[in-house]
Design a protein. Structure first.
Length: 278
């Protein structure tokens, strides 16, 4: 059975614990290599040499940074005591989201798993959480969740996509999850048009997509709704999904927020976001 290499960024909060509990659920079904990453968020002028020694040009007190490093190292050591010596821990310096993305891509992780507090109202529109930014920019798939889902039974995975131009996508992570849990994949497209008029064409494209991506156990779904976010929510009210997978083209920001980011904020389901080729 293929293994999963998973990165859990941690600030030692309860949300990071939720992420680990989700990974532990995956670990029950497939070999898993677990790495915790803590980022010391410091200016670029602060660096760490190969021996782990802090160096700074004087813009920030080096003793303060060393103290924060020592605290973080103790907390990371405690994670090994709490979760087991098989986990790996890492400490890096840098800007939080950049450091997580760079570390995940440099070390070829299958997935990043993050707990999120979500965001509500005007604050969400102006800034967005670290989880949203990583979902937008990371080439590594991101699984985000807002609560403890250690009780989750993974039987149905939802893939939300526009299947109008089916192509081969990088679905390696999804294939690993399907193989590990024996799940059914539900293909969902949301339209603002007439479902009856579009159904034959959409289902044909879904079947082409399944063939191109070696998907065998799947069902096709087409529903009408005003947007992707509401469509996913309403579909889940009709048919309960265990994990939601949704692609992103990297859009987002002050004037546009992708459906992926909205769902991360407002849906109490594990959500996997990944970048699409099409």
């Amino acid at each position: 059975m293929e293994s999963l290499k998973i990165l859990i960024p941690t600030d030692f909060s309860v949300q990071a614990e939720f992420a680990y509990l989700m990974v532990k659920k995956l670990e029950e079904k497939t070999p898993t290599e677990i790495h915790f990453l803590h980022v010391l968020d410091v200016p670029d002028t602060v660096t760490m040499d190969e021996g782990g020694n802090i160096q700074t040009c004087g813009e920030i007190d080096v003793n303060y940074v060393i103290k924060q490093q020592e605290i973080a190292e103790r907390k990371l050591a405690n994670l090994k005591i709490l979760y087991g010596s098989h986990i790996q821990t890492n400490l890096v310096l840098g800007k939080l989201t950049d450091a997580i993305i760079n570390f995940s891509e440099a070390n070829h992780f299958d997935m990043i798993v993050m707990g999120t507090k979500g965001a509500w109202g005007i604050k969400e529109k102006l800034s967005g959480s670290e989880t949203q930014i990583i979902a937008r920019r990371s080439k590594t798939p991101l699984l985000s969740l807002m609560c403890d889902r250690s009780d989750l039974v993974i039987q149905n995975i939802l893939l939300v996509h526009n299947f109008s131009n089916p192509v081969q996508e990088d679905l390696e992570l999804m294939h690993k999850l399907i193989a590990a849990f024996g799940t059914k994949l539900h293909l969902l497209q949301i339209t603002s048009g007439n479902v009856d008029a579009e159904k034959i064409s959409v289902e044909s494209n879904m079947k082409k997509f399944a063939t191109l991506n070696n998907i065998e156990n799947f069902e096709c779904h087409l529903i009408n709704d005003k947007d992707v976010e509401n469509g996913v929510i309403h579909f889940n009210q009709m048919i309960n999904m265990d994990i939601i997978c949704i692609g992103t083209h990297g859009k987002g920001g002050v004037f546009h927020q992708s459906a992926t980011e909205k769902l991360i904020n407002h849906l109490f389901k594990p959500i996997i976001s990944f970048h699409l080729n099409n």
